[in-house]
Ligand binder design. Structure first.
Ligand code: PLP
Length: 382
């Protein structure tokens, strides 16, 4: 048996030890964490809907109407009219024939890739894909091939030299640690030419990108014919919890029959589906949140550029500052924390060796004054 204590000590020595902070307030720019009030730039609650009164009320009313637990898996008797209505509304919103809810984005990726591929098949993934997509490839039993980040030419070359079996290209729509957007039009063309599946994980694009918030697909003017499998999560911009896959009738029906992470798990609470329906209404009807985000992003980028900070090439609410050394990024994060500002350091293995960074994220609930406070604190670091 291995010595767990020793391994944990080693982790600490390498600055890789992670600790949870204890929050005592809802999500928002200002939060109570570990007994202090902090200004937070680390949430994925991009539209500020996690604590929106209409979403909260929908959850409460949902609990009155449905109780709390769903009681069973979707294929037993856990699939309610609330889940069903949400699926129909999501499909219509994104412009796809059909949607299927999953309990989490992690499970959606495992379920979709696991249902379509197996031994003898191949999955092609961007090197910076989210861990759940990498795990999904391993779980499926297919062979995993990783191509250079954002490099569709590298992907094309790898696809050219391959033989039989199903092929699936999987990419984040918006990369979670870098904030940049995948070259989806090129990937869609390659997928079509090589008769490969294309799965886009739009966890960070959905609700945020596109005038109507339909995500990366809308950003590029693509549709279901270009991207046959689209995954979106509900715990980020939608401010609730869960995930969904949209695709053709046949794809969704296949997932219902074969996706093990769909079949062998309890359906999420119906009240949660009601809450997500409320946030979907806000996402659709109130585009001001997306516009405000763009204003905040522009203010931050111009301020950071004036300070000479190393910004990454991102037009999304994920605005990482590249630091490089792991210990330096941890020290900076602690320095900001001592000034009441919460920005996490992202370090290997979450990001490649030598590219530790501060992962700053913005929400439509931030105000310009919050951005200025962050810039003031960063100026002092220079
Ligand atoms: C957060 C995230 C997931 C996982 O979604 P959960 O619903 O939190 O399990 C999947 N893919 C990407 C790119 C993510 O950022």
């Amino acid at each position: 048996m291995k010595d767990l204590r020793h391994e944990l000590e080693q982790r600490k020595a390498q600055q890789l030890y992670r600790q949870r902070r204890i929050g005592d307030s809802p999500q928002g720019p200002e939060m109570r964490i570990d007994g202090e009030t902090v200004l937070s730039f680390c949430s994925n609650d991009y539209l500020g809907l996690a604590n929106h009164p209409e979403v909260v009320r929908a959850l409460q009313d949902g609990a009155q109407r449905w109780g709390v637990g769903s009681g069973a898996a979707h294929l037993v008797n856990g699939h309610s009219a609330a889940h069903h209505a949400l699926e129909e509304e999501l499909a219509e919103f994104v412009g796809y024939p059909r949607a299927l809810l999953f309990s989490t984005g992690y499970m959606a990726n495992l379920g979709a890739i696991g249902a379509l591929l197996g031994h003898g098949d191949r999955v092609y993934e961007d090197r910076y894909n989210h861990a759940s997509l990498l795990d999904a490839a391993r779980y499926s039993g297919a062979r995993l091939l990783r191509y250079t980040h954002g490099d569709s030419e590298d992907l094309r070359q790898r696809l050219d030299s391959q033989g039989d079996g199903e092929r699936l290209i999987a990419t984040d729509g918006v990369f979670s640690m870098d904030g940049d957007i995948a070259p989806l039009p090129e990937l869609a063309a390659i997928a079509r030419q090589t008769q490969s599946w294309l799965l886009v994980d739009d966890a960070h694009g959905f609700g945020v990108l596109g005038a109507q918030g339909r995500g990366s697909v809308e950003h590029f003017g693509l549709n279901a014919a270009d991207i046959p499998i689209l995954m979106g999560t509900l715990g980020k911009a939608f401010g609730t919890f869960g995930a969904f896959v949209v695709g053709s009738e046949a794809l969704i029906e296949t997932l219902i029959q074969q996706a093990r992470t769909y079949i062998y798990t309890t359906a999420t609470p119906p009240a949660l589906a009601e809450a997500t329906r409320a946030s979907l209404r806000l996402v659709r009807q109130e585009s001001w949140r997306r516009e405000k985000l763009q204003t905040l992003i522009a203010r931050f980028r111009s301020g950071a550029a004036q300070l000479g900070l190393r910004l990454m090439d991102s037009a999304t609410p994920i605005q990482p500052l590249l630091i490089g050394a792991t210990d330096m990024s941890v020290q900076l994060s602690e320095y900001l924390r001592a000034r009441g500002i919460l920005v996490p350091a992202m370090r290997p293995p979450t990001v490649p060796e030598g590219t530790a960074r501060l992962r700053i994220t913005f929400s439509a609930a931030h105000e310009e004054a919050h951005i200025d406070r962050l810039l003031d604190a960063l100026e002092a670091v220079q």
